[in-house]
Write a protein that binds this ligand. Structure first.
Ligand SMILES: Nc1nc2c(c(=O)[nH]1)N[C@H]1C(S)=C(S)[C@@H](COP(=O)(O)O)O[C@H]1N2
Ligand SMILES: [Mo]
Length: 350
């Protein structure tokens, strides 16, 4: 296991700050790192495109900027461990960073499409189920591997409307070091773990990335896997997380908190919602103020009940494909892909 000089940077903003704006400001974006942040030189940096391609490419940042059409994509980038805290406290202990609901950011990303870069190289592989495009960053050691890598299905990468980018900009500014300067992958709808930062190599290949974080992390293990030992036989047979599930949160009040009625007797519940994978947009968010008995499709909720009463609020999002959140999602050892109802229990209404 590589020894790191220090602890990797991992942080999330206060949820109130995250939901204050539709586009997440760069400084509010969560940070998730399995290793130290590398200092890369944008002028000498190269991205190699290799593997099952007709022509190997070595692209500079200027090449990526000038030789390919630049696309703007607004999408959420979400850690698969987002909301792990809820799985931990509402279901059962899990392993992993105690992310609350803010390990997600909705940003505008700019750069060439991965599809255009792959077409320039000429993919020489059938788009069968096993064919993947792997991304690598060899610039820093990680806690469990000597490099960081991930992969997505080749078919997804080649779909024009999947909008997979080699992002050079975040919210119209060059990427910051924390978020992957000078270039990172952005994979709309797919777990953040595949959005490789400080990208230096793209490989078209007949299998998934062999990196630790694709093979031994970010998987929804079956419930029988309850510790490292019982999990060991499942890593190899459990698929790596790709698409994230439909989700929503209640973010303006916490469990045990207080909501004040406005002059009309209403209380406001707010949060965010995300579709599953590329099944967006979210078409409906329902809110319950009685622990799931009844639901209203509104942002403003009429508080009935007596003053001073406590209530349990839930939120439930549904996307265009009809995917909707379960009350609680399946427990898994690593606490990934939690998408149970957004909730705030025992809220006092004043
Ligand atoms: N090179 C590299 N890329 C990486 C990671 C990493 O540790 N190293 N972490 C991944 C994970 S798990 C997530 S959730 C996102 C986080 O991106 P952010 O730090 O910009 O929020 O980056 C992904 N890309
Ligand atoms: Mo992540």
């Amino acid at each position: 296991m590589p020894e790191l000089p220090d602890k990797p940077l991992n942080r999330e903003p206060a949820i109130q700050d995250l939901i204050a704006s539709f586009i997440t400001p760069v400084k509010e974006g969560y940070d998730r790192n399995h290793g130290m942040l590398p200092e890369l030189d944008g002028r000498s940096h190269r991205v190699k495109v290799e593997g099952a391609v007709r022509k190997v490419l070595e692209l500079s940042i200027l090449d990526l900027q000038n030789d390919f059409e630049q696309h703007d994509v607004v999408c959420a980038l979400q850690c698969a461990g987002n909301r792990r805290h809820t799985m931990r406290v509402k279901i059962k202990e899990v392993q992993g960073i105690d992310w609350m609901d803010a390990a997600v950011m909705n940003c505008k990303w700019t750069g060439p499409k991965l599809k255009d870069v792959l077409e320039r190289a000429g993919v020489s592989l059938d788009q069968n189920a096993e064919a993947h495009v792997a991304f690598a960053c060899n610039a820093t050691l990680c806690q469990e591997d000597t490099w960081y890598g991930a992969s997505i299905p080749l078919s997804r990468a080649l779909r024009d409307d999947a909008d997979v980018l080699l992002a050079l900009k975040m919210n119209d500014e060059p990427l910051t070091k924390e978020h992957g300067f000078p270039v990172r992958i952005v994979t709309p709808g797919i777990a953040g773990a595949r959005a490789v930062k400080w990208l230096d190599c793209i490989t078209v290949q007949t299998q998934e990335s062999t990196n630790f974080y694709q093979q031994h992390d970010y998987k929804v293990l079956p419930p029988e896997a309850t510790d490292a030992e019982s999990a060991s036989k499942f890593w190899g047979v459990t698929p790596a997380v790709q698409e994230m599930p439909v989700n929503s949160t209640i973010s303006n009040v916490e469990e045990g908190g207080t909501l004040e009625r406005d002059a009309h007797g209403f209380v406001t519940i707010s949060g965010y919602a995300l579709p599953s994978g590329d099944d967006g947009p979210v078409v409906k968010v329902e809110v319950s103020s009685d622990g799931g008995e009844s639901w209203v499709q509104a942002e403003l909720l009429h508080g009935e009940g007596e003053a001073g009463s406590t209530r349990t609020f839930y939120s439930r999002a549904t996307d265009a494909a009809g995917n909707t959140q379960p009350q609680r999602s399946q427990w898994n050892l690593r606490g990934v892909c939690y998408n149970g109802y957004g909730e705030a229990a025992d809220v006092t209404i004043k």
